[in-house]
Design a protein around this ligand. Structure first.
Ligand SMILES: O=C(O)CCC(=O)C(=O)O
Length: 252
């Protein structure tokens, strides 16, 4: 029997179902509560290209001090970089991996919605592929949202919260979000690389000394992910809550 409920207005149609409907006004539940514009460009008004890393040299142990210093400072200052697709093979053998494929349909009122809310990933690292070349991925650097231009045939690598915790705050997990386009659909694949489920997440001993006490709690990977996925994506709030200053140790 046909439903009398108006389609797309408070109904629970999936994004794919909504995208099939001709629509001029987007359903209320997708409208962003803040009114800030999505595209905040860098000072010269262009998209910025994020740094590129030559993984081949690093993996073959042939990296010079200069290249190692470059990777170190990119992880500290940016928390995101690009590597050539061909250089990715055999990089990660162990650990837990998961994949998310995202589809962002064209939206008649792109300024009113967010494709994916601002967040940092819970992962060690995330490898991101922009499948159909449509941009929309933005990172927050020094408090400013920067649209990212992907190099053709490159992956983008995000430093995740786990790496920020392991490095006791030395490396920076990148906050990011996705905007939508009024005419083009966008597709992406994100591959998440994590420690084993049985492992514990906390600052590594090599990053700790009397001058650098642990900034983050220790917690089992299982509990960490349960906590992460029980919350809405909200910037770097989850990582803030993992700080020792925000509560007792939480070892499972
Ligand atoms: O769609 C994108 O480009 C980003 C996806 C993402 O950030 C995520 O799946 O966590």
């Amino acid at each position: 029997m046909a439903s009398s409920k108006p389609k797309g207005l408070g109904s629970s149609l999936t994004i794919q179902e909504l995208a099939k409907e001709p629509m001029l006004v987007i359903p209320e539940r997708y409208v962003r509560l803040d009114n800030k514009p999505c595209s905040i460009l860098s000072e010269d008004g262009t998209s910025q290209t994020i740094p590129t890393v030559d993984m081949q040299l690093l993996l073959m142990g042939e990296a010079t001090d200069f290249q190692l210093d470059k990777l170190h400072s990119i992880c500290k200052e940016w928390g995101i970089f690009q590597i050539d697709k061909g250089e990715m093979e055999e990089m990660f053998d162990d650990g837990m991996q998961s994949v998310r494929m995202s589809y962002y349909p064209p939206c008649p009122q792109p300024e009113k919605v967010m494709g994916l809310r601002p967040h940092s990933d819970a992962t060690g690292i995330t490898i991101l592929l922009q499948v159909n070349g449509v941009e929309g991925f933005q990172i927050k650097k020094d408090g400013i949202w920067i649209p990212v231009s992907f190099l053709p045939d490159a992956f983008v690598v995000n430093v995740g919260d786990t790496l920020e915790i392991l490095s006791n705050g030395l490396y920076n997990s990148i906050e990011h979000r996705v905007t939508v386009n009024s005419v083009k659909e966008r597709m992406s694949i994100a591959m998440f690389f994590n420690p084993k489920f049985e492992a514990e997440i906390g600052p590594a001993a090599s990053f700790l000394n009397p001058q650098n006490p642990p900034l983050f709690k220790r917690i089992s990977t299982e509990k960490y992910y349960k906590k992460y996925f029980s919350r809405r994506l909200n910037g770097k709030l989850f990582l803030e809550q993992m700080k020792t200053e925000n509560g007792e140790d939480d070892t499972a």
